[in-house]
Write a protein that binds this ligand. Structure first.
Ligand code: C5P
Length: 223
């Protein structure tokens, strides 16, 4: 397969997005982190006075916006929403707190999955998320599921958050990681699950470079 479509799923802070992005860059493939799309709808809701729990209004926001991949030379932008680049604002604590509620709305998922399939239909790429191998791209050429113990994932997130919030406690990050894992795994629509034909990569004992190498090799083996 000369133009592989690769699905990468995994829980909060498993590294799927940073590893997927680095592997895609090495191989010259397009990359989409679908979590950013759920974050963008959440951000739009917060900025237009729509409550994240108002499912009808949130679904209308999702249906009314058009998301596209940001140009790879625009490193500040994670995604283009109606032509406007959005980046670091999507990683705020406000968005973190509300994104699980927004991503549990069926009509939001239907709309974003439609846009994700549209983006994938134009050729080879790596797409990362929670339901890519199981729902969005069931015919992907390769499905990877990246995982690590919650304590290890919380440890990595804690180290990252410390850079911007020096007072953050590890226990709080662990609790938040477990809370979001629970919401993602227990929701009725498209819960986080490894697809039956996914290759599982456990990264507890791997560093970032080792994980990127493992993902690059796996993609090369199908490309
Ligand atoms: O990956 P990230 O943590 O940025 O994703 C934000 C949220 O979006 C997740 O907690 C999850 O609830 C949701 N999400 C999803 N399906 C995807 C990607 C993300 O439900 N494919």
């Amino acid at each position: 397969c000369a133009a592989p479509v690769v699905a990468i799923d995994g829980p909060v802070a498993s590294g799927k997005s940073s590893v997927g992005k680095a592997a895609a860059q090495i191989l010259g493939l397009r990359f989409l982190d679908t979590g950013i799309m759920y974050r963008a709808v959440t951000w739009l809701a917060l900025h237009s006075g729509v409550a994240a729990t108002d499912t009808g209004a949130v679904a209308e926001l999702a249906a009314a916006c058009r998301m596209e991949l940001a140009q790879s030379d625009n490193t500040d932008a994670a995604i283009m929403v109606d032509g406007k680049p959005l980046g670091t604002e999507l990683m705020s604590a406000d968005v973190d707190e509300n994104v699980s509620a927004v991503s549990a709305v069926r009509a939001v998922r239907v709309e974003l999955v439609r846009q994700q399939r549209g983006i994938a239909s134009s050729g080879a790429m790596v797409m990362a998320g929670r339901d890519i191998g199981s729902v969005v791209l069931p015919n992907a050429d390769l499905k990877l599921y990246i995982d690590a113990a919650p304590e290890e994932r919380a440890r990595r997130r804690h180290a990252q958050i410390l850079l911007v919030d020096p007072g953050i406690q590890y226990d709080r990050v662990l609790a938040d990681t477990l809370r979001r894992d629970g919401l993602d795994m227990e929701r009725a629509d498209s819960p986080l699950v490894a697809a039956a034909d996914a290759v599982i990569i456990r990264t507890d004992d791997m560093d970032f470079e080792q994980t990127v190498s493992a993902v690059v090799s796996a993609i090369q083996s199908v490309a």
